[in-house]
Design a protein around this ligand. Sequence first.
Ligand code: DQA
Length: 147
Amino acid sequence: MKFLIINGPNINMLGLREPGIYGSQNYAALESLVRETCAAEGIEAEIFQSNHEGAIVDKIQQAYGHYHGIVINPAAYTHTSIAILDSLKAVAIPAVEVHISDVRQREGFRQVSYAGQACAKTIMGQGIEGYRLGILWLKGYVEGLEG
Ligand code: DQA
């Protein structure tokens, strides 16, 4: 099984960035957690981060036919990007949305998720552990689809 893990803008700034909201662990720690989780589950993983909306759309399009699942934290593009939503719908690869913080408890402008509308599940407010939960959930979901 092959998963693509996508992180949007400013996720590379973890650790430095508003630690009261996003925690003190850095992006390298997030990458390690993802790699260790996938290795333990026998999942091949590619991890991708970009601060650019079009690069994320390109990556989702290129995933078609190559990945069984996508775990995506579109970061601020969650709340603005119909392009990312449309690309997830276009490839129709099973996807899980992850947010490190609990966006439901935050500003009004974070209450809409476009990308989430193309995702089978959303995990939020669990810190970087949410990625592990997302990968495990998606593995079970994809296995269920494949029967
Ligand atoms: C985030 C929440 C978004 O609202 C924010 O713009 C981010 C990170 C999260 O992981 O909690 O950059 O996606």
